[in-house]
Design a protein around this ligand. Structure first.
Ligand SMILES: Cc1cc2nc3c(=O)[nH]c(=O)nc-3n(C[C@H](O)[C@H](O)[C@H](O)COP(=O)(O)OP(=O)(O)OC[C@H]3O[C@@H](n4cnc5c(N)ncnc54)[C@H](O)[C@@H]3O)c2cc1C
Length: 403
């Protein structure tokens, strides 16, 4: 088969690499992707998927850029499958944003289960890839070695974890978050819930030997997998909230920009009406579940600093999470009135920003949060299942095309 890539299990942490990868992938985003995207022939074999997820996750490139690049070379119909997959990301982000309680429940569940399973032999075998299950053990090693798994492998893995090994889904989701480069609270938690039957209620995903053998080109054919996938049970969904409206920035007041790992492309978020005295980039191991993702983002930040300095004609300073006081002191010394920051969806950065708010406001500064138009347009429609959301995609996408 003709995939766009040969040996690709490294992810150079730069926007330039993301753009290169996108350019290589775009010609394959139509029929090739639709026909072959479910096949996973192994980490060092050509593949029909884009492997753009670590770049999209931290917004080194944006969903809008990816979808528009694809639409420049394909009709909507030809590339519909790929566009829909990108929009699954947007949908999951919006769904969780409207129901933050689901994220909090997940965090509490991991906290509750971790000590209970500290000496569990099955969990230890699963985490170290020693279950004896063909494929499953290989995916553990692939994940630990590369920080990436193909979507189908993630589905098989989660299904075997829940229904064959009978381990708690939340601990599997936690294992993924600690090792995936693209570790994402929404896509990860909600996909695990989807496999377990908690997301589309009553509908589970059952991995089978035949399906695995077919889509791995015969690499794996595990015996002894669960024959049934009884849906898990959970508390009912909370009602979806409405997206909070955000106060706009005041262009007449002095501002600094506070960048963070949830959105690392300020050039496309802040137009020329924004002027910043200083750009602060906050990065910290406490914003990540795993070292690999932290290292990826740290290098990406080193790479973006010179571009941002040039684009915004302002000095860029790198700070750690505990050093917010430095920003406040420097802002007050320069009669700055606003700290402007990109919106951080549910996750560790969002919790950190929330915790800083009172310190910022107590110091007489205002915290202005800027949400991307893309998120503001799509997220309010993530109130029900993906099907009604999908219906809205073509019309909403037109807002993001240059006339
Ligand atoms: C159990 C499980 C856990 C997952 N955890 C994560 C996670 O932590 N972070 C993450 O980004 N994705 C997660 N996914 C979704 C999906 O597996 C990855 O986004 C995809 O494999 C990334 O590879 P790619 O870039 O080659 O995708 P492509 O097929 O090339 O798709 C392009 C982009 O669309 C988005 N996308 C594609 N499929 C999905 C999907 N099913 N759900 C949401 N977005 C999608 C991704 O941003 C991806 O980069 C998970 C899926 C499962 C089943």
């Amino acid at each position: 088969m003709n995939g766009p890539f040969s040996s690709l299990m490294t992810f150079p942490p730069t926007r330039h690499s993301a753009l290169e990868r996108l350019a290589q992938f775009v010609p394959h985003a139509g029929a090739d992707y639709a026909a072959h995207r479910n096949s996973d022939f192994g980490p060092d074999r050509p593949s029909s998927v884009s492997r753009l997820s670590p770049y999209l996750r931290y917004r080194l490139i944006t969903e809008m850029e990816v979808v528009n690049a694809v639409r420049d070379q394909h009709s909507f119909n030809d590339a519909e499958k790929f566009i829909q997959e990108v929009l699954w990301r947007t949908y999951w982000k919006g769904w969780l944003e409207l129901r933050p309680e689901i994220w909090r429940r997940y965090e509490k569940e991991v906290e509750r289960l971790t000590p209970l399973y500290a000496n569990d032999k099955m969990l230890a075998a699963a985490l170290s890839g020693r279950t004896g299950i063909d494929g499953f053990d290989d995916w553990v090693h692939e994940l630990l070695g590369t920080g990436y798994l193909h979507n189908h492998a993630r589905m098989w893995f989660a299904s075997i974890w829940i229904f064959t090994l009978k381990l708690p889904w939340a601990l599997g989701a936690d294992f993924f978050l600690r090792h995936l480069l693209d570790a994402d609270p929404a896509s990860n938690t909600l996909s695990w819930r989807w496999v377990g039957g908690l997301q589309t209620q009553g509908k589970t995903y059952l991995a089978t030997k035949e399906n695995i053998a077919r889509f791995t080109g015969g690499r794996f054919a595990p015996e002894g997998l669960a024959a049934f996938a009884e849906p898990l049970v959970d508390l009912p969904f909370p009602e979806p909230a409405t997206l909070v409206s955000l106060k706009p920035h005041d262009p007449t007041s002095g501002s600094v920009l506070l960048l963070h790992p949830e959105d690392l492309h300020p050039e496309s978020l802040f137009d020329h009406s924004f002027r910043f005295e200083t750009l602060y980039v906050v990065n910290d191991p406490s914003f990540f579940w795993g070292q690999r993702a932290f290292d990826f983002v740290s290098s990406a930040i080193d790479d973006l600093i010179p571009y941002s300095e040039e684009r915004f004609q302002a000095p860029v300073k790198l700070i750690n999470a505990p050093d917010i006081g430095q920003i406040i002191n420097e802002a007050n010394a320069k009669t700055i009135k606003q700290i402007i920051t990109p919106y951080a969806p549910q996750g560790l950065v969002a919790s950190w920003i929330q915790a800083q708010r009172h310190k910022i406001e107590n110091a007489g500064l205002s915290l202005v949060i800027k949400r991307r138009d893309w998120d503001g347009a799509f997220w309010p429609h993530a109130t029900k299942g993906f099907f009604p959301f999908k219906e809205k995609i073509p019309k909403l996408l037109n807002r993001f095309r240059a006339p």
